[in-house]
Design a binder for this molecule. Structure first.
Ligand code: CA2
Length: 154
C-alpha cells in the first residue's frame, strides 16, 4: 500500500488511441504539440508540484485496462485521456472503478462542442473530475487538480 503522504506523489498519465499522432495530423483540433512534448510538459509541471509523472500511450483497449490494473500499488492517481475509448469503453470505466485510484479525465478538445457521440463519457462517472477543451493545458490543469486532490485528501 502506497502512503500518499510521502513525497513525491506518483501519477500515471495514460493516453489512449491515436494520441501518438499528435502534432502530425489535425493540429486545428488537437494542437501542434507532439505527445512527447506534452509528456515533457507534464514531467516539468510534476517536478514543480512534487509529483513524478509516468506516461503510457496505447492504441489497444486491453493494454490500457492492464496498465490501469498495474497502477494499483504503483501510483497514487491516474490522469487519463482515453481518446475515442472515452465514448465507448465500459471496460476502461470498470478498470478505473476496480482499482479505485483517484482519476482525472482530460481532453484536448472541448468534447461538448463537437459531434453528439463525443458528448457522453463512460469515464466521467468514475473520475473525480473532467477537464476538456484547453489543449495541452487540459493535461496540466488536470495534473494540478489531481495532485491537489491527493494532498488535500491525505
Ligand atoms: O479531445 C480529446 O482529447 C479527445 O480525447 C481526442 C480523441 C477523440 O476521439 C475524443 O473525442 C476527444 C481523438 C484522439 C485522436 O488524436 C489524433 C491526434 C492527431 C491526429 C489525429 C488524431
Amino acid at each position: 500500500m502506497l502512503n500518499s503522504t510521502l513525497q513525491p506523489l506518483s501519477i500515471l498519465a495514460l493516453h489512449g488511441p491515436n494520441l501518438n499522432l499528435l502534432g502530425q495530423r489535425e493540429p486545428g483540433i488537437y494542437g501542434a504539440l507532439t505527445l512527447a512534448e506534452i509528456n515533457r510538459l507534464l514531467e516539468e509541471e510534476g517536478f514543480k508540484i512534487q509529483a513524478k509523472v509516468f506516461s503510457v500511450q496505447s492504441n489497444h483497449e486491453g493494454i490500457l485496462v492492464d496498465t490501469i490494473h498495474a497502477a494499483l500499488g504503483q501510483h497514487h492517481g491516474i490522469l487519463i485521456n482515453a481518446g475515442a475509448y472515452t465514448h465507448t469503453s465500459v471496460a476502461l470505466r470498470d478498470a478505473i472503478a476496480a482499482v479505485n485510484l483517484p482519476t482525472v479525465e482530460v481532453h484536448l478538445s472541448n468534447i461538448y462542442r463537437r459531434e453528439d457521440f463525443r458528448h457522453h463519457s463512460y469515464i466521467a462517472p468514475v473520475a473525480i473530475g473532467q477537464i476538456s477543451g484547453f489543449g495541452e493545458q487540459s493535461y496540466l490543469l488536470g495534473l494540478q487538480a489531481l495532485v491537489n486532490h491527493l494532498r488535500v485528501r491525505s
